[in-house]
Design a protein around this ligand. Structure first.
Ligand code: NAD
Length: 357
């Protein structure tokens, strides 16, 4: 059956990097029998410019009816003064909540060819391959009540609510354990159970879920220690599962271990493994339109799409191997360039990966 992919290029370098990922998908369709159809729609600032809304109904409908969504990036300084509900970032939150994408998967992989791009010593990070599974639709980012209130003494007080229901923890824990089964079979659950009741319940539920995965080794870590261990000895981790706010922070930390934001893909999944796939970087307005953005994060997001939603792991492997081959050949965009390598632009990099498939 033909699978439909919604393509939402977005703003800044979004359209540039998405074009290269589409090139790879088209090549897989032409040469490797991948049965897909693509439909493109505006999102973010581009959609606001065209329709007055960052997430037009037609775009949301396309995303809802598609089997998977490929997103570039949204945002730009020209939109920063808009009211909050019209800002491009609102489209991302809207897509995540409307599509019920509760699990965010962010691999931090350091290709051995790029070990010198990290700010950490090569022996600490070379060969790094960890997966952070972050809960995406709950926690203090969504908990009510929230707001700013005036106290009886006239002083203002801001407040937010951290909360997790058992089912929210259970479903994201299952995603993490399932992912670990396809990897090195280790899950580390990160919370702050020594201080927070929410974390105490989180730990209880994770322990219960673990009973269904006796082949996977489970450990627990407080978030402050996890932040430290990630820079001290990151290779001790396989899969990390954590809540929304802790995951937000730790996944950025893990991303920077690799030193190359232009290399890292992500997936956000619902309960049926339908997903939205996007690079972790933003719209990079400083380099937009110059043809120099690194398209590999978006191309590797397509590999995740093939693995998690389209059940085509062999083609996912093929993309990842093609990326490795191109790096072996010395091709580098500016963000990962080091002396002696061959500097290429966005299109050349995309062409090289498509050819190496
Ligand atoms: P950014 O990720 O866009 O850029 C950070 C730095 O990394 C910049 O110097 C940029 O040039 C560089 N960079 C990023 N991606 C690159 C790539 N593929 N190749 C080469 N270099 C790359 O983050 P920012 O500057 O903080 O944010 C810019 C805009 O993007 C803002 O409007 C922000 O809200 C938005 N944003 C969107 C998303 C998203 O769409 N998911 C995520 C983060 C930020």
């Amino acid at each position: 059956m033909t699978k439909k992919i919604a393509v939402l290029p977005g703003d800044g370098i979004g359209p540039e990097v998405v074009a290269e990922a589409v090139k790879v998908l088209e090549r897989l369709r032409r040469d490797f029998g991948l049965n897909i159809e693509l439909e493109t729609a505006p999102v973010g600032g581009t959609a606001y410019d065209q329709t007055g809304k960052p997430l037009p109904e037609a775009t949301l409908k396309l995303a809802q009816t598609a089997d998977a969504v490929l997103l570039g990036a949204v945002g730009g300084p020209q939109y920063d003064t808009l009211p909050r509900e019209l800002r491009p970032e609102k489209a991302l939150l809207g897509l995540r909540s409307e599509l019920k994408l509760f699990a965010n998967l962010r691999p931090a992989i350091l290709y051995p060819q790029l070990a010198s791009a990290s700010t950490l010593r090569p022996e600490v990070v070379a060969g790094l391959d960890i997966l952070i599974v972050r809960e995406l639709t709950g926690d203090i980012y969504f908990g009510e009540p929230r707001g700013v209130r005036t106290l009886s003494n006239g002083e203002r007080e801001g407040f937010n609510t951290m909360k997790y229901a058992e089912h929210e923890v259970e479903r994201v824990a299952r995603v993490a354990f399932d992912a670990a089964r396809k990897r090195r079979k280790k899950v580390c659950s990160v919370e702050k159970a020594n201080v927070l009741e929410t974390s105490g319940l989180w730990r209880e539920v994770v322990l219960k879920v673990a009973k269904d995965y006796s082949d996977v080794e489970l450990s627990h870590m407080y978030v402050d220690n996890a932040a430290m261990q990630l820079v001290r000895a990151p290779k001790q981790f396989d899969v990390i599962v954590t809540g929304n706010i802790f995951g937000d922070i730790l996944s950025d930390e893990a991303a920077m271990l690799t030193g190359s934001i232009g290399m890292l893909p992500s997936a956000s999944l619902d309960a049926n493994n339908k997903g939205m796939y996007e690079p972790i970087h933003g719209s990079a307005p400083d380099i937009a339109g110059k043809g120099i953005a690194n398209p590999l994060a978006t191309i590797l997001s397509v590999a995740m799409m093939l693995r998690y939603t389209l059940n085509a792991s062999a083609l996912a492997d093929r993309i990842e191997k093609a990326v490795s081959k191109v790096l072996d050949a010395g091709l580098r965009t500016g963000d990962i360039y080091t002396d002696g390598m061959k500097k290429v632009g966005t299109k050349e990099m995309g062409d090289a990966v498509a050819a190496a498939l």
